[in-house]
Design a protein around this ligand. Structure first.
Ligand SMILES: Cc1cc2nc3c(=O)[nH]c(=O)nc-3n(C[C@H](O)[C@H](O)[C@H](O)COP(=O)(O)O)c2cc1C
Length: 297
């Protein structure tokens, strides 16, 4: 079965499809639960959140789903003490809440955090933009790695070299990462339908992480104008005006994650407004694509 992979076995989920986390308040418990209830792994972006808020959000997700889900943090990009203190408080809240998985970007958590996650059976998922980063994550004891191509929405979360020198596309990155590490690999970047899922699996990935297509669904916390822009529902001049206003507001309020909507590459493939329908379509088209390929082998 195509959906029985090292990733689904490690996480105890039915399908190897992860809904990518969104920082900046764009994640929602509803979206996480919709994806986890459909058999994938919903993820909640907790970057920038106070510890109490993180506990409340994990409680809310648990009230909506009994299936595995992940909570995501940004590991400090700087080594400043204040960043480490903030991360410590967030991690401590998360470890108390014990989500089934903890995913992170922009680096590798301190060794004590990875050890404590293992002791508490919290699966750790790190993000790599290069082969070297994937190897470093595996060496540090992380359980699963996301290979994030330059095509992925959001920030470029490189941590060993500058983002400008870590710009490999997903099709090149995935086979190299799969050849370099033993842990399960999740492919992220520009995947928006089942053909993309099938392609990532054919490249050797154990699963996929899809961000922007889920951000466009009504369960996400993105404002309606943002979702409409992602779905291409605003004609160009209006699209430009609305998105321009959004961009200005994002800059004014330091919500830099909102600007990522310009970075999407598979926008015209977005068709679904509801996460459950998107998920079912992903599963169905992946199955069709893989069975068609099998006929030609
Ligand atoms: C607006 C936005 C915010 C994001 N914030 C985060 C984040 O806080 N943490 C993280 O690990 N990934 C974040 N991502 C990356 C997604 O989780 C996912 O890996 C990426 O969107 C996959 O590429 P795709 O959008 O082409 O599907 C963000 C993506 C977007 C579009």
């Amino acid at each position: 079965m195509w959906n029985d992979t090292a990733l689904t076995r490690r996480l105890g989920i039915r399908y190897p499809i992860v809904q990518g986390p969104f920082g900046g308040g764009l994640s929602s418990a509803r979206l996480v639960a919709a994806v986890s209830n459909a058999g994938g792994l919903g993820s909640f972006g907790a970057h920038g959140m106070a510890p109490d808020r993180i506990r409340d959000d994990v409680d809310e997700i648990r009230a909506l789903t009994a299936s595995p889900f992940a909570v995501n943090l940004w590991v400090s990009t700087e080594e400043a003490d204040a960043d480490r203190a903030t991360l410590d408080e967030q991690v401590s809240a998360l470890l108390d809440a014990r989500p089934p998985a903890l995913s992170f970007v922009f680096g590798i958590p301190p060794a004590d955090v990875i050890d404590e996650c293992r002791r508490r059976s919290v699966v750790t998922i790190g993000t790599a933009t290069t082969v070297d980063e994937a190897v470093a994550l595996e060496s540090s004891g992380v359980d699963i790695v996301v290979a994030s191509g330059v095509d992925a929405g959001g920030h470029r979360p490189s941590f060993l070299r500058s983002p400008e020198t870590s710009l490999t596309g997903l099709f090149s990155l995935v086979p190299h990462v799969c050849g370099a590490v033993e842990i399960p690999v999740i492919a992220a970047g520009g995947i928006a339908d089942g053909r993309g899922v099938a392609a990532a699996l054919a490249l050797g990935a154990d699963g996929v992480q899809i961000g922007t297509a889920f951000l466009a669904c009504e369960e996400s916390n993105a404002p309606p104008a943002h979702r409409d822009a992602l779905l291409g529902l605003l004609p160009y001049p209006l699209h430009g005006q609305r998105a321009g206003a959004l961009r200005d507001e994002a800059i004014r309020t330091a919500r830099m994650d909102l600007i990522a909507l310009w970075g999407r590459q598979s926008g015209s493939l977005f068709q679904h407004r509801r996460a459950k329908e998107l998920f079912q379509d992903l599963v169905c088209v992946t199955e069709c694509t893989l069975s068609r390929q099998a006929q030609y082998r």
